[in-house]
Design a protein around this ligand. Structure first.
Ligand SMILES: [Zn+2]
Length: 236
């Protein structure tokens, strides 16, 4: 009777350990997924920052251009006012040429300003679009993250419950069998307790001697596989 209880305990222990391993794997995947889930938002934010920096530079350049254009306007104005006061033709032509040069330069700056204004408008639209997409993606990210954190919390709770159950079950199993179980788990990995199916060990798939099968069935002692050392049981 005691052997049967030990064996039942070991089977149950194996079930718990398998589930604990399964949860552990899922938790690792989940942690990875939690790290990855922010990636689209991070990429969008980086794009938004880059556009904001370009905007800032362009706005600064535009202000400088506007300043230069105003300066030229003023200089052209002053030179034009001076023109009627000039008495010699040579000086008159020289100043006129100077005004023409300033006019051309001013025109060139105005063209650049116009191009900048166009680019500025495009960038502002792009920035607005990215801000909108960031907001949407952030909402999406937070929803997914909350779901994942709920899953993670559920896994934590289940792990704690299983570990508690494991402790109770392990306390009821003969220490020698428990030590054997732990040893097999350590060297062979899960499962340490396996069923005999069609005369074969489910752990190593070797065909067991009929005598061994009968011994397991009788249940007088805990029997291990002669090939892989795993603890054997039959469905009763
Ligand atoms: Zn085996």
């Amino acid at each position: 009777m005691a052997i049967k209880e030990d064996l039942n305990g070991l089977v149950r222990l194996q079930e718990i350990d398998s589930r604990l391993q399964e949860i552990e794997d899922k938790r690792e995947d989940l942690n990875q997924a939690i790290q990855n889930v922010r990636e689209p938002l991070t990429a969008l934010e980086a794009g938004k920052d880059a556009v904001a920096k370009r905007l800032e530079t362009l706005q600064r350049d535009t202000r400088a251009l506007e300043g230069s254009i105003a300066e030229y306007t003023e200089r052209i104005q002053k030179s034009s006012e001076k023109l009627p006061l000039i008495t010699t033709q040579k000086e008159y032509f020289a100043l006129q040429k100077e005004i023409e040069t300033m006019d051309r330069e001013k025109e060139r700056l105005e063209e650049t300003l116009l191009t900048n204004m166009g680019t500025l408008e495009e960038l502002q639209e792009e920035a607005a679009d990215l801000t909108k997409r960031c907001t949407e993606e952030e909402k999406n990210f937070l929803t997914k993250k909350a779901e994942m954190e709920r899953d993670a919390a559920a896994f934590r709770t289940e792990t704690e419950e299983l570990q508690q159950q494991r402790k109770t079950i392990a306390a009821g199993i003969d220490a020698r069998y428990l030590a054997h179980y732990d040893k097999v788990l350590l060297y062979k990995g899960s499962p340490a307790v396996v069923q005999i199916v069609d005369g074969n060990c489910r752990g190593c798939h070797m065909t067991l001697p009929p005598q061994l099968f009968n011994d397991v069935r009788r249940g007088d002692s805990v029997i291990t596989c002669s090939f892989c050392n795993r603890i054997l049981y039959v469905e009763s």
